[in-house]
Write a protein that binds this ligand. Structure first.
Ligand code: NDP
Ligand code: MG
Length: 400
């Protein structure tokens, strides 16, 4: 290909120690002629971050605290690695917006990723968005910032990357203008797809994290099990593709081979298929509009043999209904939904609440917290904080 690539792209990976971060580094390492790591961040897994620094030699590494920084600096010195260590959210925003950076992989989990991801957007970077919570919390502000800065925003979530691939290049003109009738958002149904409602009371964090098709971080694994993940994805799709919630239909497809579909007014339905391996959407977004090898095995349709589809069960998975309601209410409702869910998932992973209580807690917090417009980032974080406080109150009230 030679001359198409003018120079090596410098990449910051926020959340490098996580599942998406590691898959991103796997793809990057396959293409040293194209990509170079500029900065990596970690949070609790500092030894893993050290090993990644030794392997990828970034200019910067970011950790949350000065204790972690001391530990990482010692390790780097012992390994003869010249990586400079930065701390906290300021450090994350700095490596997201640095002049040397071309592309930022936003793969921190949860609300903690919002400010650094926005910093990358505001600096006009190519932003590969895995951190869906950031967009769910601040959708209107986030997309305004994308338009203002000219940042290129590419979805990493496998469904949204699939939809992006099935859309015409000029979809920003509006779904109606380009002949799109609806978006079909596929869902695996998670590990409890066939679990009876009564049995959901006793499921454990380990069972919730054992996803049948995907290997992911613990938070998104629980979200997939409750189907709140599909709800967050519905909201994410509304912002990315300027769609109304009613234009998005969730389709349970247990094999996770079709990653989503776009239905056109002429009756054509375009789908993107592939093995369930995040290196495909990551490679697609990294190289876009080109294509590169991702290391993912070719799809074997004969081995798959059949593809199944079902309607989602909102009785057993009320989180999906709650997310759709939040999407329709708009304004602060998605940020409140997200914050209540983060507290609930954390409590579930710690064994403090039962699985169905995740939905119960979110529903009460959504009922208690009025929907207000979010004109500034401070207003977003204020809504987030109020929802977290109401969620903690719920835990106290229930003696957890
Ligand atoms: P992981 O839990 O595996 O990784 C999360 C990353 O964020 C880690 O690097 C972690 O550091 C870091 N991190 C955690 N908390 C904080 C914090 N408070 N401040 C700064 N950094 C923090 O999650 P995944 O990689 O699975 O998911 C990352 C994001 O991508 C999520 O938003 C998820 O919804 C999205 N996503 C993931 C998919 C997947 O297949 N995994 C698919 C689609 C979307 P450390 O590990 O060092 O503690
Ligand atoms: Mg997804």
């Amino acid at each position: 290909m030679g001359c198409a690539v003018t120079r090596v792209q410098r990449i910051t990976v926020l959340g490098a120690t996580g599942s998406i971060g590691l898959s991103t580094l796997d793809v990057i390492a396959r293409h040293p002629d194209r990509y170079q790591v500029f900065a990596l961040s970690g949070f609790s897994r500092i030894d893993e971050l050290l090993a990644l620094c030794v392997r990828h030699r970034p200019a910067y590494a970011v950790v949350p605290s000065s204790d972690a920084a001391v530990r990482l600096r010692e390790g780097l010195a012992a390994a003869g690695c010249a990586t400079e260590v930065l701390e906290g959210e300021g450090g994350l925003c700095q490596v997201a917006a640095a002049g040397e950076v071309d592309t930022v992989m936003a793969a921190i989990v949860g609300a903690a990723g919002l400010r650094p991801t926005l910093a990358a957007v505001e600096a006009g970077k190519k932003v590969l968005l895995a951190n869906k919570e950031a967009l769910v919390m601040s959708g209107a502000l986030f997309m305004d910032a994308v338009r203002r800065s000219g940042s290129v925003l590419l979805p990493i979530d496998s469904e949204h990357n699939a939809i992006f691939q099935c859309m015409p290049g000029d979809y920003a003109r509006g779904l109606g203008a380009v002949g799109v009738r609806r978006i079909l958002l596929t869902a695996s149904g998670g590990p409890f797809r066939e679990t009876p409602a009564e049995a959901l009371l006793d499921v454990t964090p380990e069972q919730a994290c054992a996803h049948p098709n995907w290997s992911m971080g613990r938070k998104i694994s629980v979200d997939s099990a409750s189907m709140l993940n599909k709800g967050l994805e519905l909201i994410e799709a509304c912002w990315l593709f300027d769609a109304k919630p009613a234009q998005i239909e969730v389709v349970v497809h247990p094999q996770s081979v079709i990653h989503s579909l776009v239905d056109y007014v002429d009756g054509s339905v375009l789908a993107q298929l592939g093995n369930p391996d995040m290196r495909t959407p990551i490679s697609n977004a990294l190289a876009w509009p080109e294509r590169i090898d991702s290391g993912v095995a070719p799809l074997d349709l004969f081995a798959i043999a059949r593809l199944d589809f079902q309607a989602p069960d909102e009785q057993r998975f009320p989180c999906l209904r709650l997310a759709r309601q939040a999407a329709e209410a708009g304004h602060s409702a998605p940020a409140v939904l997200n914050a209540a869910n983060e507290v609930a998932v954390d409590a579930f992973l710690q064994g403090r609440i039962r699985f169905p209580e995740i939905a119960g807690m979110i529903e009460q917090v959504l009922d208690q917290e009025p929907v207000v417009p979010l004109a500034t980032l401070d207003a977003v974080f204020a809504a987030d904080q109020r929802a977290r406080e109401l969620s903690r109150e719920w835990l106290r009230r229930h003696g957890r």
